[in-house]
Design a protein around this ligand. Structure first.
Ligand SMILES: Cc1cc2nc3c(=O)[nH]c(=O)nc-3n(C[C@H](O)[C@H](O)[C@H](O)COP(=O)(O)OP(=O)(O)OC[C@H]3O[C@@H](n4cnc5c(N)ncnc54)[C@H](O)[C@@H]3O)c2cc1C
Length: 388
């Protein structure tokens, strides 16, 4: 039986962020990942462009990840607008006055994954076990599909919102199947985006257009599941023309700049984030609807909080898997994540409800947001200072 201090299941951006945050602690860490190491080293594009808060950018800098991300592959979000249907009226979030030059950055997910791998691969105390999957998990013990048993003081599940490790440890989760699918891609356009991110809530679809480098935007379309197959099957030119029209031709002529990728939308919130010798990080703890772009921001912040608690235990010579070490993470993460999760789900429902009261309420919500400066200021502050 191989012994480690910590076993992390899942080498996604949250799991690797957690592992990187532990470096220098002297802890012996094993990371179990289903994918091959070649894929971790050069992950394929998955269509997701991740909007990052200043807090996430700061963490990625501290963890050495940011320098691995090519500047010309990212976007800078200077301002953001929320538009209701085809109305010209917008709720506006500006970086001006926030003390920062921009609201956030936007980075392709595969580059975040690659950067995290680059920073973890050479760490002396980390063993990457790739092409591997978990057969069984119990307190402080993981059995791989090949029959090998690993032991540790702490097992951390970072194996996505549909975490098998979470289920195998008997930790339940609230799941919200939105019955919707998000289609993501990048598109080029003839008019400049000026660094403005726009979220358009149409009655049958939500469309987010996020500024990438140059005259390219990340396009995120949310639509009912029964409509998504047809949208995915549309020829490129027809899909591009449809997005251009839905966006009111604001960016001029739009053309496809990457393939489309579809993700079914299921929100997940674990009943507990910790148990003795066990913790959940990233989407395994909280899998957000992407409309408010909180998922990775939240996962990374949580991973760092957990790592800090573990390092403190090492410094104090206490058991790193003890519940007293894990509970501060549970409390801190839940306090931030719960309102964001519920708020995002409520927003999704309000903006996909086609009944008249909802239509009136959402129009009112936008206007209220504009006339109540504290509401806007709080959201801008969240993006620029506080993090997820
Ligand atoms: C369309 C879309 C847009 C998004 N936009 C944003 C955004 O703008 N901002 C933002 O902050 N977030 C965004 N997110 C959310 C963000 O992508 C996720 O929060 C983030 O990727 C979660 O990282 P993770 O490491 O927890 O999980 P994952 O990225 O799911 O990684 C899990 C890893 O675990 C591995 N694994 C799974 N099961 C096993 C197993 N049994 N054994 C071993 N390994 C296993 C997988 O191979 C994978 O490598 C978006 C998500 C989507 C779908």
């Amino acid at each position: 039986m191989d012994s480690f201090d910590i076993i992390v299941v899942g080498a996604g951006p949250a799991g690797l962020g957690f592992v990187r945050s532990l470096s220098g602690s002297g802890l012996k860490v094993a990371v179990i990942e289903r994918l091959s190491e070649a894929v971790l080293a050069d992950p394929p594009e998955d269509g997701r462009d991740i909007a990052l808060t200043h807090a996430s950018e700061d963490i990625m800098n501290k963890l050495g990840m940011w320098p691995h991300i090519p500047e010309d592959a990212c976007g800078v979000i200077k301002d953001a607008k929320v538009v209701n249907g085809h109305s010209d009226y917008a709720l506006h979030f500006a970086s001006a006055g926030s003390g920062k030059d921009y609201l956030g950055r936007i980075v392709p997910n595969h580059l975040i994954r690659r950067a995290a791998y680059e920073e973890v691969k050479g760490l002396p105390d980390v063993t990457l076990i790739c092409d591997a999957s978990v057969e069984a998990v119990s307190t402080g013990r993981v059995v791989l599909e090949n029959g090998k048993t690993l032991k540790a003081s702490l097992v951390v599940a970072a194996d996505s919102r549909f975490s098998e490790t979470r289920r195998k440890m008997g930790v339940g989760a609230e799941m919200e199947d939105f019955g919707r699918v998000v289609i993501v891609c990048e598109m080029s356009h003839t008019q400049p985006h000026d660094g403005v991110a726009t979220e358009c809530f149409h009655y049958d679809q939500t469309l987010a257009i996020l500024p990438m480098n140059g005259a390219v935007s990340s396009v995120v379309v949310t639509l009912a599941s029964d409509k998504s197959e047809a949208a995915m099957a549309m020829p490129d030119a027809a899909f591009a023309a449809d997005i251009q029209a839905r966006f009111g031709n604001r960016l001029g002529k739009m053309e496809m700049a990457s393939p489309r990728v579809a993700y079914p939308l299921v929100g997940v919130f674990a009943k507990r984030f910790v148990a003795p010798r066990f913790a959940l990080v990233g989407d395994a703890a909280v899998g957000m609807h992407p409309v408010t772009a909180h998922g990775y921001n939240l996962g990374l912040t949580g991973a760092v909080i957990l790592a800090e608690s573990v390092i403190q235990a090492v410094n104090e010579g206490t058991d790193i898997g003890g519940i007293n070490v894990l509970l501060p993470y549970e409390r801190a993460h839940r306090k931030v994540a719960r309102p964001l999760y519920l708020g995002t789900n409520a927003l999704v429902k309000l903006y996909t409800d086609t009944r008249l009261p909802a239509k009136i309420l959402r129009r009112a919500a936008l206007r209220l947001g504009n006339v109540l400066p504290p509401v806007r200021a709080r959201i801008v502050q969240q993006l620029t200072q506080y993090g997820a």
